[in-house]
Design a protein. Structure first.
Length: 245
């Protein structure tokens, strides 16, 4: 592996999973270099990258100060980085708080991420419309958002009484809510306030724009195209509120 001037290299793309890693790195103030993976060209399936992540997905990091150690899967990356922070900024130091934060992180990895990813695929990327698939995954996303809404009642953050990797992991997926035809302000006020708190953090703004301008925040043509396709595919299945700014 070629030498890097930074202690960490992040291999990523502009997706919710990719943003998790860059937000975490920015929150911790770590020095890192960015290698943008071109998902459209299948760069994540090339032999050189499969040596870093055998599953051929993003994100991954390589820790050059640990013998070029590769760490892959977004949840694993968040844990690896947060556990090495002596200030415990993103993972509570006390066992109870830590257990709660890790539980919510795994909840996102096993539930919110996969279900939301399927909703995204069937709404914006699949070659044909499947009413059954859209209803299944959007309904499940709604249920999962309701779980978060209840958990955030009277709380600023999801776990451990502090902002943590649990919040980061869930936030980047909740950011996609317009694509699912879901209004946070109308149906999930606690979740909306939580999203606004996170979005207002300077490190989050920086992380969301790695490896390039964020498609949602910058209303890119690709994002607008996805929204229009999703709106058409949701027609007759779910109520469609106007996308929120």
């Amino acid at each position: 592996m070629a030498a890097s001037a930074s202690p960490l290299t992040l291999y990523t793309a502009g997706t919710p999973n990719g943003w998790k890693a860059s937000i975490c790195l920015e929150e911790l103030g770590l020095q890192y270099s960015v290698h943008r993976i071109d998902l459209g060209k299948g760069e994540q399936k090339e032999d050189w990258y499969l040596k870093i992540n055998p599953n051929g997905r993003i994100p991954a990091i390589v820790d050059h100060e640990a013998g070029d150690l590769p760490v892959f899967e977004s949840g694993s990356v968040l844990m690896y980085l947060a556990e090495r922070d002596p200030q415990h900024r993103l993972l509570p130091a006390d066992p109870r708080g830590r257990a709660e934060a890790v539980s919510w992180l795994f909840w996102q990895m096993g539930g919110l991420g996969p279900m939301a990813g399927q909703a995204d695929w069937w709404l914006a990327m699949a070659s044909e419309r499947s009413e059954t698939a859209i209803d299944r995954y959007v309904s499940e996303v709604q249920r999962l958002l309701s779980v978060m809404e209840k958990a955030l009642e009277g709380r600023e953050w999801l776990a451990g009484g502090q902002y943590s990797v649990a919040d980061i992991a869930c936030f980047t997926w909740v950011l996609m809510h317009d694509l699912w035809g879901i209004s946070l302000a109308g149906s999930y006020p606690n979740l909306r306030a939580w999203t606004d708190r996170i979005k207002g953090r300077p490190a989050v703004q920086r992380g969301l724009n790695v490896p390039g301008p964020n498609m949602i925040l910058n209303h890119t043509d690709m994002w607008k195209g996805w929204l229009e396709k999703a709106k058409q595919r949701l027609s007759g299945i779910k109520p469609i509120p106007e996308p929120e700014e």
